[in-house]
Design a protein around this ligand. Structure first.
Ligand code: PRP
Length: 179
């Protein structure tokens, strides 16, 4: 049987996507078992197949035709540079790209070499280039907020949804890059 295959970006976005799909009758009971270590989930009746992937891998599966449809954040698409067709904005997982750091350590006031920790080096480089600032971008794959606290960098470029992670770790927003 030929399935329609969906690649979903793991985490908060996948949960919101599945809730949205459920409202229009696209369900996958197998996926509700959070203890399962299965990688591919099917709804035989509808002929749908779902899998969870790291966000950065979702456009790759779509680009090579291994998934028919991918659901992933615009952050990943903006950073990625893959070949895909953007069908629909689901209006979920709204975030801002921000520049943040320790309040007492504003990177825009720093004289000399500035280091930025980020999951999004392309977006970060472009932003600082437009500001006329030559910064070093250090690629961090997760929990980016740790980096300035531990002194790895002067600030971060990351996405912010509720702002809770920044707040609970004593970081402040210095600028917004884009929505
Ligand atoms: C994202 C982002 C922030 C956090 C922001 O990370 O990189 O760390 O969410 O969300 P908030 O503003 O609602 O607190 P994610 O949860 O995807 O995990 P990761 O850091 O491991 O990539």
């Amino acid at each position: 049987m030929r399935y329609l295959t969906f690649a979903l970006a793991k985490g908060r976005l996948a949960d919101k996507t599945l809730a949205l799909f459920e409202q229009i009758g696209i369900t996958c009971e197998e996926m509700k078992d959070k203890t399962s270590r299965k990688l591919i989930f099917t709804n035989e009746e509808l002929g749908f197949r779902f899998f969870l992937a790291k966000a950065g891998d979702v456009p790759t599966y779509v680009e090579y035709g291994a998934a028919d449809i991918g659901v992933v954040g615009k952050d990943t698409l903006l950073e990625g540079g893959k070949d895909y067709y953007e069908m629909l904005d689901l209006g979920i997982g709204k975030c801002k790209f921000i520049v943040a750091g320790l309040r007492e350590h504003n990177l825009f006031d720093k004289v000399g070499h500035v280091k930025i920790g980020t999951k999004y080096p392309n977006i970060a480089k472009q932003y600082f280039l437009e500001k006329g600032m030559d910064v070093e971008c250090i690629k961090i794959d997760g929990s980016v907020e740790l980096a300035p606290i531990l002194g790895l960098c002067d600030g971060i470029v990351d996405i912010m949804e509720t702002g809770t992670t920044l707040k609970e770790n004593g970081l402040v927003v210095f600028d917004t890059v884009c929505d």
